[in-house]
Design a protein around this ligand. Structure first.
Ligand code: NAG
Ligand code: NAG
Length: 227
């Protein structure tokens, strides 16, 4: 490939940028970068979790989406995600994946299933993708994926959450939070005690009445055949 005028300008721009750039790393600079990269591959990487509720020892479906928004195909694309060490079990799929080529404007997906062995804030890190942005370069580009955030519930927390969901319907939306449940719970306990107390009292009365009539009948010399 004959080096074009555009290439020469580009190289000059890279040099100028390298010389001019501040040693302090500033994320904003990536967005305002003046270099024309429109004829290179430019990959955007998304990492998303399918489940709304994450629970310890339950499957989490992780999908990596890679979009090539650049003007060239990307080559030797390697995805790695170092998130799934000791804290997870990878139950399906591979934590890393490679593609020889991703065409300009194309996207690929990669899905794996992992099981967290802990409860607490979701522990993970961005996936890393390296790629060659044109067919005539050996200089790989590196991009990080977006980072899902969330919380892995313990089994107990899951049941509490489910109970809250059910409770919300049972109480017509009156009881929604854990705190409200505690109040509602104590109230219910009191009502239950009152109800049970009342039932016992009624039973007691019935028994008393029954006993009185038996005594009366015995006094009259009538034997109670029903016993
Ligand atoms: C979790 O994922 C594995 C692997 O795909 C599957 O065999 C298993 O049935 C899943 N478990 C549940 C509860 O969905
Ligand atoms: C990747 O997943 C996204 C979101 O689910 C979907 O819109 C897209 O079509 C998928 N791409 C491919 C190449 O399967």
């Amino acid at each position: 490939m004959i080096p074009s005028r555009k290439h020469a300008i580009f190289c000059f721009a890279v040099l100028a940028f390298a010389l001019g750039s501040n040693a302090d790393y500033d994320e904003d600079e990536i967005e305002t970068e003046p270099i024309d990269r429109s004829y290179e591959a430019q990959l955007l990487v998304r990492k998303v979790i399918a489940e709304d509720v994450l629970v310890e020892f339950s499957n989490i479906t992780v999908t990596y989406g890679i979009f090539n928004t650049g003007g060239s195909a990307a080559f030797s694309v390697d995805l790695t995600d170092a998130s799934w060490g000791d804290l997870y079990e990878v139950v399906e799929g591979e934590a890393s994946q490679s593609w020889t080529r991703i065409a300009a404007g194309a996207s690929v997906n990669h899905t794996i299933i992992v099981k967290p062995k802990y409860a607490g804030p979701l522990m993970n890190q961005p996936a890393k993708v390296t790629y060659l942005p044109t067919s005539d370069t050996d200089e790989p580009q590196v991009v990080g994926s977006s980072l899902p955030v969330g919380k892995v519930l313990s089994s107990a927390e899951k049941y509490m959450k489910m109970a809250l969901q059910v409770g919300k319907y049972l109480t017509l939306g009156f009881v929604r939070t854990e705190g409200e449940w505690k109040v509602f719970g104590s109230l219910s306990a009191v009502l239950f005690a009152l109800f049970m107390g009342n039932t016992m009292a009624l039973k007691g009365k019935a028994w008393h009445k029954d006993r009185q009539s038996r005594i009366a009948m015995e006094a009259l010399g009538v034997s109670d055949e029903s016993k």
